[in-house]
Design a protein around this ligand. Structure first.
Ligand SMILES: [Zn+2]
Length: 306
């Protein structure tokens, strides 16, 4: 019986293990900086679920990239197509400047994303190119087909990013990244577990500024009784709509802290956790590297040392 090495739930043949070791690519960056890549289905998903941690990582010099897997070209009540895709991309770029991160919008049509081999290759190449230590995406039981399929595509890439002759034009990662799911409220077949919960009170203003920068999504569509004719034309109407959207998202970000208050206490201690108003939460995917609690503190260096 030949010996094998476990990688996640899979086993690699010795020759493949040797090939992975020879490449040496994908080891933790020589500059000591972490590299995080987050895949959202639409231009706004990544920013909404991880904008707080993104800007915290960036402030410490770590590298964070948002990828929108579709171009968002139908995410509006009254406009669609190329002009909307261009607006959504410009808004993502504004958000990236606010957060101090990189961003990329893939040119797949909104509402039409499919789990194809070509898309699996695209996702795997992006993870390899970024030399990712951490990969974040949707869970595959989300309500929206683009969210679900983005989650499946990232899960399908989780093992392949290490296999040398899958997309061989981009060097494979020598170390499997930690794969995380972003928060959702879906209960079946299992609720989101909130393994890692980060307080974002110190950066919530930036996250709310991102909401404001994504006008086509949040002011003209997206939430809270969308005005049929877009933004109100008058200053008072605009201001009322801004306040409505601001308050909606502030309470949305606060709901995460309330939902995972006991988990916050595990990371911050009960006293400090009690004072945290806004948070972001992540679940560790069973695929990819399985981090210890100590490694999670290294990967999320803004969590307090215990
Ligand atoms: Zn979305």
């Amino acid at each position: 019986m030949t010996s094998v090495t476990r990688v996640g739930k899979h086993r690699l043949a010795p020759a493949l293990v040797a090939a992975l070791m020879v490449t040496g690519a994908g080891a933790a960056a020589a500059d000591g900086k972490l590299r995080i890549i987050t895949f959202g289905a639409h231009p706004d998903d990544c920013e909404l679920v991880a904008g707080g941690v993104a800007t915290k990582w960036a402030a410490l010099g770590h590298k964070f990239k948002c990828v929108s897997v579709t171009n968002g070209d139908i995410g509006h009540a009254v406009i669609a197509g190329g002009p909307l895709a261009l607006r959504r991309r410009a808004e993502s770029q504004r958000a990236a400047r606010i957060l101090g991160i990189e961003t990329e919008v893939l040119d797949n049509h909104d509402g039409e994303l499919m789990v194809t081999l070509e898309n699996r290759r695209k996702i795997a190449r992006l993870i390899r190119d970024w030399q990712a230590d951490v990969v974040i995406s949707h869970r595959p039981n989300d309500y929206h087909p683009d969210h679900r399929y983005t989650g499946v595509l990232v899960m399908d890439a989780a093992y392949m990013v290490q296999v040398p002759f899958f997309t061989p034009e981009v060097p494979p990662l020598a170390r499997n990244p930690v794969f995380l799911f972003s928060e959702d409220g879906f209960q079946k077949p299992n609720p989101f577990s909130g393994d890692i919960v980060v307080g974002i009170d110190d950066v919530v203003d930036k996250k709310l500024a991102v909401v404001e920068a994504m006008e086509s999504q949040f002011y003209e569509g997206g939430c809270c009784d969308v005005p049929a004719a877009g933004m109100p034309p008058d200053a008072a109407g605009k201001e009322a709509r801004r306040k409505q959207v601001h308050d909606f998202f502030a309470s949305h970000f606060a709901a995460t802290a309330n939902r995972f208050r006991s988990r916050l206490a595990e990371w911050y201690g009960a006293e400090r956790a009690a004072g945290i108003k806004y948070a972001e939460a992540f679940e560790v995917c069973e695929y990819g590297r399985q981090p210890t609690k100590e490694e999670i503190r290294q990967l999320f260096p803004f969590l307090p040392a215990r």
